[in-house]
Design a protein around this ligand. Structure first.
Ligand SMILES: *Cc1c(COP(=O)(O)O)cnc(C)c1O
Length: 232
C-alpha cells in the first residue's frame, strides 16, 4: 500500500473507533510519525492531506522542518527534550509532547517569550514507574500544572503517555483508561480545562483502543510509513 492508502486506512480506523464509542471523529488528531523516514515520505503524506507530523529527535525534526519549509506542517516533538536543545527546538516545533519537569517548562517559556511564539506543551506521565523512560509520576503532575499556569508564552495543553509496549492492543487499554481517569480527577479538582484538553496516547498497534479511551492525539508511524529499519 502507498503512504496515501495507509493514511486513508488509518484515518478510517480512527473515525470508526470514534463513532463506535460516540465520539466525534474530528476530535482526534492524527500525528504522522515520520522519524527515520526521508523527507519524500513526509511530502507524500502531506500531498495526501496530512498536516501534523511527529519526530522523536530534535536534530532530525529540525532538519525535516527546514527541508519542508515550503509546507504548512505542524511539527510535534514526541521524545524527551533535553535542556540544551530547548533554544533550537522552540519555534520550528510547535507542539512538544515530552515535558517532564518544572525547570524544563520554564525554560521553554523563557525562550518562547524571546522568540514571540506560543508552543503547546504536553506533560509526559509515567504510569508504570519505568526507570528507563522519561515522564513524571502522577503524583507530581498537579505541581507541574500549577507552576505552568504562570507561563507567559508556552501553554500546557494536556498529557502524554508512552506505556510499556503491549503484546496486544487490549494490553494497552488499562494505561489509557488510567490516564483519562487521572485527567478527569484533575479537572474535577479545579485545573483549568484548557491545560488538560489533549490526551496524546496510542501508536500503530493500539490507536483504536486509545481513541476509545479518549485520545485526542494519536501518534502513528509504522501503520503509515511502514517498518523502520533503524532505531527511531
Ligand atoms: C515512534 C513513536 C511513535 C510511533 O510508533 P509506531 O508504533 O511506529 O506507530 C509514537 N510515539 C512515540 C513517542 C514514538 O517514539
Amino acid at each position: 500500500m502507498s503512504i496515501a492508502e495507509c493514511l486513508a486506512d488509518v484515518r478510517a480506523r480512527i473515525a470508526a473507533a470514534a463513532r463506535g464509542c460516540g465520539r466525534d471523529p474530528g476530535a482526534v488528531r492524527l500525528v504522522a510519525v515520520s522519524k527515520t523516514f526521508p523527507i519524500e515520505a513526509v511530502r507524500e503524506a502531506y500531498d495526501a492531506g496530512q498536516r501534523d507530523f511527529g519526530e522523536n529527535r530534535v536534530q532530525e525534526a529540525l532538519e525535516k522542518s527546514r527541508a519542508a519549509g515550503d509546507l504548512a506542517i505542524h511539527w510535534h516533538l514526541l521524545g524527551h527534550l533535553q535542556a540544551n536543545k530547548v533554544r533550537k527546538a522552540v519555534g520550528p516545533l510547535s507542539t512538544l509532547h515530552g515535558l517532564d519537569s518544572i525547570e524544563l517548562i520554564q525554560k521553554v517559556d523563557v525562550v518562547a517569550v524571546e522568540l514571540g511564539v506560543r508552543p503547546e506543551l504536553l506533560i509526559q506521565v509515567d504510569l508504570a514507574g519505568e526507570a528507563t523512560k522519561h515522564g513524571v509520576a502522577p503524583g507530581e503532575v498537579p505541581r507541574l500544572l500549577e507552576s505552568a499556569e504562570r507561563c507567559q508564552a508556552a501553554r500546557v495543553v494536556g498529557l502524554m503517555l508512552l506505556p510499556p509496549a503491549p503484546d496486544t492492543p487490549e494490553d494497552a487499554r488499562p494505561w489509557f483508561t488510567r490516564l483519562r481517569e487521572l485527567r478527569d480527577g484533575w479537572l474535577a479538582s479545579g485545573v483549568p480545562p484548557s491545560m488538560l484538553r489533549e490526551l496524546s496516547m496510542g501508536m500503530s498497534g493500539d490507536f483504536e483502543v486509545a481513541v476509545q479511551e479518549g485520545a485526542t492525539l494519536v501518534r502513528v508511524g509504522t501503520a503509515i510509513f511502514g517498518r523502520r529499519h533503524v532505531q527511531g
